[in-house]
Write a protein that binds this ligand. Structure first.
Ligand SMILES: Cc1cc2nc3c(=O)[nH]c(=O)nc-3n(C[C@H](O)[C@H](O)[C@H](O)COP(=O)(O)OP(=O)(O)OC[C@H]3O[C@@H](n4cnc5c(N)ncnc54)[C@H](O)[C@@H]3O)c2cc1C
Length: 500
């Protein structure tokens, strides 16, 4: 096979010809100046030759370039659908995979392994790692110059030793902003410092490690009764689908695994779910009541309250009561990220990037926004769509079709859209909502809105529908296989409780 490897390496080297990378003159890296307040002659000289590199504008003999910011539901669905015979695709994102968020809560307690919910981008759009002009860059976009058709990015070095982040630019023909949203904290003191969010695989890993650490520490001699209770008190803030599903998973873990394998501390571990209003407010009232009964039966304490302050070992509610905790998970919805807030485009209600019915940012040429970061402008007369994977995914699919048509019409280059007829606008039809509540029970609400008629059920049959639906939605056959095997392993042998 060595001949085969040589051919592959040669063709790869040919493809990745650096001629596409141009150097833009730039000011010196700030980090170079950190060594001394007064730079030496050598430092000045070397800093002058530091170039601000990147991908320059596409040439006439190259394909037009679509730059995608983000590798979430919206960005990945878009990249999957883009015709790579028409476009080169460049994705900029701080993570090299897509997270299958509906199953993320299950990874926190070991029902599923982390790998089962992460899909590498190269599998979703293989061209990104093989085609000559398509790339994935592990970086954050820091700014957009719509006049020059350029995005400014900074690498994600994740604290790697001796490797300060550096900046680069990418010219685009079409730009799609799909950078998602960030967890809302409502400016409450201490949330960012002490609570764990549940949005990324790294968050789920942090939750699992903390939970298992607390379980083990609480069994060590010398710990007081009070401290043991605190360490084993898991508090979840936010009664939306994510908070409820996580509480359900946690109670399943306690009932099935802690009782069997940490029986010394089984009477100390508790779960409290705190919500300011109704839990699962988007669901039918009958389903909500079912969920509340089910969670209470599983030992989850439901508390109505508003968090005022978060301290390292306790939270303070608006009625002055104090709730000590060992693990605090924060899941109270999302809002615009600092990057989205920094963009000077007209915004939709709620502060998202304002878009029209074709998902364009209408104030500038060749820029689109999809998923949780985009929202219809008030002038469209349409409501901002909910922050859901089903919205993001369908916007990604719609926009890939639109961009493919534009490209095939010969309008894929920058500033070439002119007065093109974009065809039908994007229309969203809600397919329904689902949530598990633990103990093989779930809610399925297939009504398009709370006022319309349709199927709304709860119980074991719903749980079966929930599992089957998500198993078929998992992006690849590889991960579908992982998920099915993880579920079967957990059912037969219990969850993995090793703290790795
Ligand atoms: C635990 C959990 C469970 C959920 N369950 C469901 C469910 O069951 N059903 C449902 O419909 N929805 C669900 N959701 C909501 C759904 O996941 C989101 O609506 C969806 O992820 C939005 O997709 P997106 O592509 O807009 O953003 P995301 O999926 O968040 O992706 C954003 C991407 O942008 C990247 N990024 C961020 N900043 C930058 C930057 N400056 N430059 C470049 N890239 C950047 C991020 O790293 C990420 O790759 C759930 C969410 C969570 C957290």
């Amino acid at each position: 096979m060595s001949w085969f490897r040589t051919v592959v390496i040669k063709s790869f080297t040919k493809h990745s010809c650096p001629s596409k990378f141009t150097s833009f003159p730039r000011t010196p890296f700030v980090s170079l100046m950190n060594f001394s307040s007064e730079p030496t002659h050598e430092a000045k000289k070397s800093s002058e030759i530091v170039q601000y590199s990147g991908l320059g504008p596409t040439r006439p003999n190259e394909k037009p370039r679509v730059v995608v910011l983000g590798s979430g539901w919206a960005g990945c669905r878009l990249m999957k659908g883009l015709d790579t015979d028409v476009y080169d695709v460049v994705c900029v994102s701080p993570r090299n995979h897509m997270v299958f968020t509906p199953l993320l809560a299950s990874t926190c307690v070991g029902t599923l392994e982390f790998r089962s919910v992460a899909e590498p981008i190269g599998r979703i759009q293989p061209s990104i790692s093989t085609a000559p002009g398509s790339y994935f860059f592990l970086a954050n976009c820091k700014g957009i110059d719509t006049e020059e058709h350029v995005v400014h990015c900074e690498t994600m070095t994740d604290g790697a030793d001796n490797l300060p982040p550096w900046s680069f630019k990418i010219s685009y023909d079409k730009l799609v902003i799909a950078s998602g949203a960030e967890a809302s904290t409502f400016g409450i003191n201490g949330v960012k410092e002490h609570a764990i969010f549940l949005r990324e695989v790294s968050h789920a890993q942090e939750i699992r490690r903390k939970l298992l650490l607390n379980l083990m520490l609480s069994d060590v001699p010398g710990i007081s009764e009070e401290e043991k209770k605190r360490l084993l008190h898991c508090v979840v803030i936010g009664g939306g689908p994510t908070g409820v599903e996580f509480s359900g998973e946690l109670s399943d873990f306690i009932i099935k695994d802690v009782h069997e394998r940490y029986s010394h501390v089984k009477d100390y571990i508790n779960v409290t779910l705190i919500e300011a209003n109704e839990i699962l407010s988007s669901f039918d009232v009958r389903l909500r009541q079912y969920a509340m009964r089910q969670l209470t039966k599983s030992g989850v304490r439901l508390v109505r309250g508003v968090v005022k302050d978060v301290q390292s070992h306790k939270i303070i509610l608006d009625d002055g009561s104090e709730v000590p905790y060992g693990l605090l998970v924060w899941s109270t919805g999302v809002g615009p990220s600092p990057f989205i807030r920094s963009l000077e485009f007209p915004k939709s209600p709620g502060g998202r990037v304002g878009i029209d019915e074709w998902l364009r940012v209408p104030s500038v040429e060749d820029v689109f926004a999809i998923g949780d970061c985009g929202g219809f402008l008030e002038s469209t007369g349409k409501q901002v769509l909910p922050a859901l994977a089903q919205v993001a995914e369908r916007q990604g699919k719609y926009l890939s079709g639109l961009l493919n048509r534009i490209g095939k019409d010969g309008r894929g280059r920058a500033n070439s859209l002119g007065g093109i007829d974009l065809g039908d606008p994007f229309v969203y039809k809600h397919l329904g909502s689902m949530a598990t509540v633990g103990r093989y029970k779930a809610l399925v609400d297939l009504r398009q809105s709370q006022d319309t008629k349709g199927l709304a059920l709860a119980g074991f049959a719903s749980w079966f529908i929930w599992r089957s639906a998500y198993l078929t939605r998992v992006i690849s056959w590889r991960n579908r296989f992982y998920v099915a095997v993880n579920w079967a392993t957990t059912f037969v042998f219990g969850r993995d409780i090793s703290r790795i």
